[in-house]
Structure formats: C-alpha cells, structure tokens
Design a binder for this molecule. Structure first.
Ligand code: M6R
Length: 590
C-alpha cells in the first residue's frame, strides 16, 4: 500500500510535472493523501495535503515547485488517519531531511519515545516520522549521511520501502524490506519507485532492489549494498522491460477497469504463448506436483478464487489439494513432500509472502504464479511461472484473473492428460463473451446497483466464479454480496429471500439440473433471478447464455461477464471503479 516515487536529475526541467505524472500512475496503491518534496541545493520544500493527486496538485500548486530532486507519495493510511499532517513526506526537526515510506514499522512507538526524550519534535501520528529524526540524530553524532541512513534503517523493525533526501545532496537514499522498490535508469535522470509502471513513460531500463538492500541513486549512478555491507554489482541486475507505456494508460476507455476487461483476450493470449515457450518448466512443475503428498494453494482475494477453482479440479483428479486463504497461513502445517502454489497478481501480497516463507522453512516446494516479474513472491519461489498479462492498474483484478485461470488450466491439462491446445481458443471465448454479453451485463449491473444485497450462487466449478462475482460487486459498487454453494443456500441464506431479492446464478453447464432446482426454490420465494450460463440455459428471468465447445473454456466465458456487471453497477452509482474506497491494489501490510 502507498505509492512512492523519487527522481533525481541533472536538470530541474519539468521535474514537478514528471513527478505528478508518476504519482498518477501510482495512485491505485493508495489515495488518502498526497505529498511532494523538492530539493534544489540547500532549498528543501514540502507540500502535502489530504486528497487525491489531482486535488492536491491543484490545491498546493505542486507544478510550481522547482528542484533537481523530487519525492512523491500517495498514501494508504495505516498509522494515523488520512489528514494533511499525516501525509508524507515527513521531515526532521530542522526540515533538512525529507522521507517517504511504504510499509509499517512495528517498533515505532519505542523509537519515537526515545527520540522525544532526546528532544525531537514530532508533527504527525505516523510511524514513518521516526525515520527522518533517526537520520538527524545519527548525523548529529557525526556520521556522514549514508552511514546515518544505514544506522537508522538498522533500527527499524517491520516492513519498508523508504526514500530519503537531504539538503545539499543531489541524491536519493533508499532501503527496502518486504515492500517493493525498483530503480528506473534514464539519461541523466534516475527514478526509484514502488513499481515499474510509475516511470514507464520515461525509461524501460530497470534494476529491481532486493530485500535487505539499501543505497542511493544520483542522476548518473546507482549504488546498492546489502545490510552486511557487500556492494552489489548493479550492471548484472539491469533488465529491459517489454511492457509499453501505452499499456499503463487508459487508451480512451473511461476507466482502467473497463480497458483491462477488454484486454483480457490479449492478456491470456500472451499468457498461453508464454507458457508454450517454457513447456519444459511446465513439465518439471507438473512432475513435481504428481509426486507431492499434498498440493497447498495459497492466495488472497481474486487470486484465491482462481486457486480454489484449481483445487477443485485437482481433487477431482485424485490429488489432495488444499486451498488456503493467505491471511490464515499460520493454520497450515506444511511439510517436506508438500508443494505450495502461491498465486498473486502483484507478487507482493504480504500474507502470501509470509505463508510461503513459513512453508518453505518446513521443507515444502514453492511454485509461484505472478504477474509482476521479479516480485518478492517469485524471487522466493523454487519454480516461477508468469501470467504476462501486462500492468493491471484498476484496483479490481480482471484480466489477471482470466490469466491466472489460463496458467492453472494449462497445468491442469498436463496433469489430466488433456490436450493443452484446447486452451488456445480461450481468447476467442473471452472476446465472444464480451461482445454477446456486455449489453446485458450493463443492464444487470444497473439493476443490481439499486439493491442493498445480492446472492451469487453456484455449484462445483461455478462456485469460485460466484465468489469472484460477489467480491467484484462488493469492492467496486459497494453492494453487499454473498456467494454460496447453491445447495447450501437452503441451510440459512434463503431466509433473507423475499419478493424482488436479487439472486445471480453462475451456471457453467456442468450441474445445470441441480442448479435448476435451486432456481425454482428462489423463484418460489419471489427472488429476482439472473443467470450467467454456459451452453445450457437455466431459465432465470434475465440470462446471458454463451456457447463454448470445450468444458475447459467455460470460466473464460463467465469471468468477463461477472466483471462487467460489477463495473456497470459501480458506474451506475457514479463511483470510480478504479479507486474503490478503503482499498489498495497491493496489500503489503498484515
Ligand atoms: O496481488 P494479489 O493477486 O496477491 O492480490 C490479492 C488481492 O488483494 C486482490 O485480488 C484483491 O482482492 C482485488 N482487489 C480483487 O479485485
């Protein structure tokens, strides 16, 4: 959570503008408050306030700021509510050091108390503010700035991606642990940011910073060392990213979410082509899975639903597969002989990271499926598969859900000895589903937007898709939604059903006869019924029916429709689906 950007350049030309454009790309990581620091020689200025990037840029006239070094921060509040004074950057007592931070510091209270005892004055409720004061304290003791920065970092317990600037120095100090940080190398201008899309308009040359590393960037150089002081050879780390800047822009769509749903066909095409280029790795992974005592699938949110889909398939094949909600990882006793599949779009979700660390310690083999290359989760895995869906900016996961399913179904095809070529028409299925279903999905979304609560019911493989439908409409349209196994609905949930109560059935065509019984039960109680059906009509009042010629393709017919329903429910309420309240794209706090 929180987006951070630092820029250091040989020139001050357009730097405020560039910082703002990077902040706009990072805003999906948090949007409670925004702040910018500029530094020119010995003039350090901080402007910050509660609000969105657009609001704060205008209110604080950010574009008039001048300097060769800039820091920008967009916040998702953890310690201290969203407010002007809790917004980052935070400074030391003499306003000579400015710091931005993503993460949480477990020991900030103790540090703050000891700093206050030494006479430091605090101006916010944040954990972050201890950092500039610690650096100040060590500098007062006579250490040079980098040593003072290192000592301050060593005092911290918790997770962090930190950027710091100091009056009179044209460089940005950085440190990383458990939160993402990446350097972008430009011509006479270097960037340090939470993620690559932030600076993709300016450079594709990147250096990923690993956990426990710190250092500094100047406009023309990069220095990195690990916490033991070993100097890292940066030249070996440079990578050229093949995402284009266009992929991180809306390209005429009103929202990223809609653009990304429409990009799903392209995304899974790239996903499948990527897998076809590494079939040896896929074979190695599936052989490993075949020999595993248990297959533990760990993920959060949407990624969990993709994982649940996969575990149903695995269990049907005779494997012992266990779906684990990442934040409950401590309940699982993994052991040597188990394989763990970690699924995460961002590759940074802290609960997934903590879960795989614990299971790895116990001897399990970790296989990751992520979208962001070289993310923390992929780096800590024994085997890594990538979705290659391209950057996903909307907070709601859409094209990456379809891409996750594509990767998992590819593995399943190998395990079940189904010809994986059956998956090659998945992009066509998505396109067809959108072109047939978008109009009705809009109508359904607009109707559901008026409701207080809705059930999503499914059976078998339709259940994880029903869960995903409910999550989507909840998170971006703020309509309370609950997903249930359709048969289980008689054991409690049906009590809420009265005339006009909306029930959405997800019917992938496999268990249509059983679902039909549930539909009648709901209709008999006055429910307003909707269905998203594949191949077999269910008989709901409003129904979208999509035909596919292979069972393995059915989730690709359903996933864009549940996403479009949520999207149109959100826009019908004039909400911003890209920035749902209280949420951030990447959850890096436990
Ligand atoms: O990056 P991850 O896939 O690990 O993220 C997991 C969840 O935070 C994420 O899927 C979240 O539920 C989305 N906002 C759902 O649309």
């Amino acid at each position: 959570m929180c987006g951070i950007i630092g820029i250091t350049s040989l020139t001050d030309k357009n730097l405020a503008q560039i910082t703002v454009s990077c902040l706009e790309k990072l805003e999906y990581r948090g949007y409670d408050s925004v702040g910018v620091a500029s530094l020119q020689g010995s003039i350090l200025e901080v402007r910050k306030a509660k609000g969105t990037v657009k609001e704060v840029v205008q209110k604080k006239n950010i574009l008039s700021m001048r300097g060769n070094v800039f820091l920008g921060h967009t916040r998702w509040a953890t310690h201290g509510p969203p407010s002007d004074y809790n917004a980052h950057p935070h400074t030391d007592c003499s306003n000579s050091i400015a710091v931005i931070h993503n993460g949480t510091l477990k020991n900030f209270k103790e540090l703050k108390e000891s700093l206050i005892a030494l006479g430091h004055i605090f101006r916010s409720e944040t954990d972050t503010e201890v950092i500039p004061h610690l650096i100040e304290e060590y500098r007062k003791k006579g250490f040079d700035t980098f040593t003072a920065f290192k000592k301050a970092v060593l005092d911290l317990e918790g997770s962090y991606a930190i950027l710091a600037i100091v009056k009179g120095e044209n460089r940005i100090y950085f440190a990383k642990k458990d939160n993402p940080l990446v350097i972008g190398m430009g011509e006479g201008t270097n960037f340090v940011a939470s993620d690559i899309p932030a600076f993709l308009d300016y450079t594709k040359k990147v250096v990923i910073i690993n956990d426990g590393e710190l250092g500094y960037v100047t406009p023309t150089s990069i220095y990195i060392e690990d916490l033991r002081g070993n100097v890292i050879d940066v030249t070996k780390r440079i990578r050229i990213i093949d995402w284009d800047a266009q992929a991180a822009s809306k390209e005429g769509y009103p929202h990223f979410m809609l653009k990304e749903i429409h990009e799903s066909a392209r995304a899974i095409n790239d996903t499948i082509n990527g897998l076809l280029s590494e079939t040896e790795l896929v074979e190695e992974i599936t052989e490993r899975l075949k020999g595993s005592d248990r297959i533990i699938v760990i993920a959060a949110g949407t990624s969990y639903h993709a994982g649940l889909y996969f575990t149903i398939l695995l269990n049907r094949l005779g494997y012992t597969a266990l779906p684990v909600i990442a934040s409950e990882y401590y309940n699982i006793n993994a052991k040597r002989g188990d394989s763990v599949i970690a699924i995460s779009q961002s590759g940074e979700t802290i609960d997934v990271l903590m879960g795989i660390r614990k299971m790895k310690e116990k001897g399990a083999t970790i296989i990751s499926i992520t979208n962001v290359i070289d993310s923390a989760i992929s780096r800590e895995s024994d085997y890594k598969l990538y979705m290659r869906a391209g950057p996903e900016i909307g907070v709601a996961a859409t094209k990456t859900f379809s891409s996750q399913l594509a990767v998992l179904l590819f593995l399943y095809a190998y395990l079940a000895k189904i010809d994986y070529k059956e998956l090659l028409s998945a992009p066509e299925v998505i396109k067809n589903s959108i072109s047939l279903g978008e109009g009705i999905a809009k109508k359904v979304g607009e109707e559901l937007a008026l409701q207080k609560s809705v059930y999503y019911l499914g059976r078998g493989l339709s259940l994880p898709l029903a869960m995903e439908g409910a999550l989507k409409i909840k998170e971006i349209a703020y309509v309370h939604a609950e997903a249930y196994p359709a048969g289980e609905s008689k054991h409690g949930p049906i009590a809420l059903v009265e005339k006009g109560y909306p029930v959405v059935f997800i019917n992938d065509g496999e268990l249509t006869d059983l679902l039909e019984n549930n539909l009648h039960e709901m209709k008999a109680r006055g429910a307003k019924t909707y269905a998203i059906s594949v191949n077999k009509r269910l008989g709901a009042e409003t129904e979208i029916l999509i035909k596919v010629d292979k069972d393995i393709l059915s989730p690709f017919a359903i996933s864009p429709i549940i996403q479009l329903i949520a999207y149109y429910a959100s826009t019908a309420k004039s909400l911003d689906p890209d920035r749902p309240r209280n949420l951030a794209k990447t959850v890096t706090v436990e």
